[in-house]
Ligand binder design. Structure first.
Ligand code: URA
Length: 283
């Protein structure tokens, strides 16, 4: 398929999904398959330079040391042994990271700290995607569909998120996706602060293992919890904030967009701002 045909298909997809403010996309020069061009761009321009620690064998690890994690699960005495040992390890490649995430997911599946959530969940929803991703998405908590399928963002909000991902020229498989909570709050209520605190070590573990260069917080709950902020997402968007080694952008939650279509143009502005930092001009 030619680049321009693929582009037309993206545009049609976006229009049919109700995103009305379509960008003027400047395509990268067609020197390789689009995925490859993008992948190399994501590794390159404007991405913050990671000051990676050097491990004993001299190869670079992208793991943040526990004391550099912004919140303090590394110092909390109640942090599970598995998480603590994972926080102290280095993960040199995608395979090791996938293995680390899998061990952490086992701890999550056994977690019963939030009694109400543990009693009402069908399963825990850990996270999904590329263990070695440069981009991480953080949402709020699983909903009914996610609770049923065991994967974040698979319901209506997830489908809208997929369209946003596609419109940016990204692929879901190249991103790592997780939530503030790993269990569904009954009736999709907001997470209680204690639940977010209980789940924090798992989020910290995922960030530490994946070591993304960029994080997008979808919605106020994700933004406030990840960053320890009190401002709503409307005040946090439009800028990059820092969390450990990652640059963080906050934008509206796709569920909010499903209820407030007029906010789609704001999210699109945010995504253009975000992609520009990766060296991709979406117009
Ligand atoms: N909303 C979220 O915040 N996360 C999900 O996984 C699904 C919906």
């Amino acid at each position: 398929m030619t680049d321009s045909r693929a582009l037309r298909q993206y545009m049609n997809l976006m229009t049919s999904s109700g995103i009305s403010h379509l960008p003027t996309v400047t395509l990268p020069k067609p020197v390789a398959a689009p995925g490859k061009v993008l992948a190399s761009r994501l590794k390159g321009a404007n991405a913050p330079t990671r000051r990676a620690p050097v491990n004993k064998t001299g190869s670079q690890s992208r793991l943040m040391s526990p004391d550099r994690l912004a919140p303090n699960s590394a110092q909390r005495p109640d942090v599970m042994e598995t998480t603590q040992s994972l926080l102290e390890q280095t993960f040199g490649n995608a395979e090791q990271k996938a293995e680390g995430l899998s061990r952490l997911a086992d701890s999550v599946a056994a977690c019963k700290r939030c009694t109400e959530l543990a009693d009402t969940r069908r399963q825990t929803v850990f996270g999904v995607g590329n263990a070695d991703a440069d981009i991480m998405f953080v949402g709020e908590a699983p909903g009914a569909d996610e609770d049923r399928q065991g994967e974040p963002f698979v319901g209506a909000a997830g489908q809208l998120m997929d369209k946003i991902i596609t419109a940016c020229g990204l692929k879901r498989e190249e991103i790592y996706i997780c939530n503030i909570l790993r269990c569904r709050p009954p009736g999709n209520r907001n997470p209680h602060p204690q639940e977010a605190a209980n789940c924090r070590e798992f989020l910290d573990g995922q960030i530490s293992i994946v070591a993304p260069k960029h994080i997008i917080c979808w919605g106020t709950v994700a933004a406030q919890n990840l960053l320890g902020e009190t401002r709503p997402v409307g005040r946090l968007r439009g800028q990059f904030l820092q969390h450990g080694d990652a640059k963080v952008m906050c934008t509206y939650h796709p569920s909010y967009l499903l209820r407030n279509a007029s906010a789609k143009k704001l999210v699109w502005e945010d995504m253009k701002f975000f992609m520009k930092d990766l060296g991709v001009d979406l117009g």
